[in-house]
Write a protein that binds this ligand. Structure first.
Ligand SMILES: C[S@@+](CC[C@H](N)C(=O)[O-])C[C@H]1O[C@@H](n2cnc3c(N)ncnc32)[C@H](O)[C@@H]1O
Length: 216
């Protein structure tokens, strides 16, 4: 039987990573990512599962009336998210849970077919087995539910693609398991999702943004 807390992160490096995550991302958030987060999250409604909510950067963008179950397996990240909930004006009802996809803890909290939307921002790059995670998303979404994605992805062209491949092993260590080499849009299509809206752009590294639904 798997450990219910198997993917909870609590080591010293995880603490350091959580401490410097927001300052490290700040300029990128202000210049480009913040705009996409707004565009993706402000139209949402109903019951939402946010996977890997990190320091809670998305919380203030959920509209009033949403109930958001925010799951995060790093207790250090979760602490910053709790602080943020106290400091920022948040309109939605946010419930934080210390658990990641793949843990029994989250399985117990999440009703099958219970979510109008699942939000994954900068998470499918890090989750150890993204295909398995996506199978869980299919189970947890309502039949017409949306999968909301903001992700950095593998470059499509050389020499950048080769550079990411070479850098990836070191990057994974530095960035708590984050991969530079995932083709998330392709993986989601192969798993049965289709894009209702999508956009690819490059800002230092390539990004994919989309709202996906399960194909009928
Ligand atoms: C790069 S951070 C992104 C945080 C936030 N979503 C954002 O948009 O800034 C990746 C997050 O995924 C979390 N994570 C890692 N494995 C996970 C899993 N199995 N389930 C859910 N979250 C996970 C990490 O703890 C971390 O907080």
């Amino acid at each position: 039987m798997s450990n219910p807390n198997a993917n909870i992160k609590e080591g010293f490096y995880s603490k350091l990573f959580a401490r410097f995550y927001d300052p490290f991302m700040e300029s990128m958030e202000q210049r480009v990512l913040g705009r996409y987060r707004k565009q993706l999250l402000e139209p949402l409604s109903g019951n939402i599962l946010e996977v890997g909510s990190g320091t809670g950067i998305n919380f203030k963008l959920y509209p009033k009336g949403c109930h958001v179950l925010a799951s995060e397996p790093s207790e250090h990240m979760l602490r910053y998210a709790q602080e943020r909930l106290k400091m920022e004006a948040v309109s939605a009802n946010i419930e934080l849970v210390l658990a990641g996809v793949g843990s029994q803890e989250l399985e117990k909290k999440v009703p099958p077919g219970g979510f109008d939307a699942i939000v994954c921002t900068l998470v499918l790059c890090t989750i150890p087995e993204p295909e398995k995670a996506v199978e869980s998303f299919k189970k947890w979404l309502k039949p017409d539910g949306k999968l909301v994605i903001l992700e950095h992805v593998h470059a499509k062209t050389h020499p950048r693609k080769a550079f990411h491949t070479i850098l990836n092993p070191a990057w994974k260590h530095f960035a708590e398991g984050c991969h530079l080499t995932r083709d998330t849009a392709k993986m989601l299509r192969n798993s049965g999702f289709e894009a209702e809206w999508e956009h690819d752009f490059t800002k230092v590294i390539p990004f994919h943004v989309s709202v996906m639904r399960l194909q009928n």
